[in-house]
Design a binder for this molecule. Sequence first.
Ligand code: GLP
Length: 257
Amino acid sequence: MTERSVMERRSAPSVQVLASAEEVALAAAEQVQRQLKRRSDSVLALPTGQTPIGLYAELSRRCRDGELSFADVRTFNLDEFVHIPPDSPLSFESYMMQHLFSHIDVDLAKVRLPNGNAPNLDAECRDYEREIAAAGGIDLAIVGIGLNGHLAFNEPGTPFESRTHVVRLSPSSREAFAAEFGGIDRVPELGITMGLGTVGEARRIILLALGQDKAEIVARALEGPVTVDVPASILQQHPNVQVILDRGAAHRLHVMS
Ligand code: GLP
């Protein structure tokens, strides 16, 4: 390792490695709570997937116990499938209702997911961008990472300056949903996602990852070259990124050894 790469690593995202998924959820919830304390009307970008389920459970508990309020918060989800009815249990909208929105005091009028059933998807993408801008931009984006390095549904090869767009999901991304949908053939081929440029403009970003399966891609994203081949590597260019990992997801990071 050259001295220069060590220095580059120092300026890289701050990385917190915790013993368990539960601790990751608590640490992430703490960050969200601090953000809402600083600005009760924060604009949040929110992920779906397995990773944030513990965080959402903890935020729900804190809200129920009166420790924090989402009453003034606006949320924009990172992504959604195209042509899955919003009331299908497989939509990201259903996921968000199930894991977070139905348990907290958020005003549902201030909640937004990309509408994969919009009659004109290009117009929907433009509207999504306009609404994020009108809200004053994203204060805090919470993101996960796909096994192929995708951020939201931005697949490898997506330009870093991309805005909200419709995407053809990669086999790897569809495979991750095969069990839920009852076979990869039933997983939608298209998604609608905030672009990397959109996420990258968030004032602050928290990346969460859990488990050994993510270790290699986490290391490539945080310590490998910044390249469109690993969309999450864009995080290395952002001035305010916090990474919260369990030990499994962290074990390939050099910074750990
Ligand atoms: C999904 C989502 C991403 C998510 C990622 C990881 O496909 N579109 O926003 O961060 O893949 O998911 P998981 O947390 O289930 O590993």
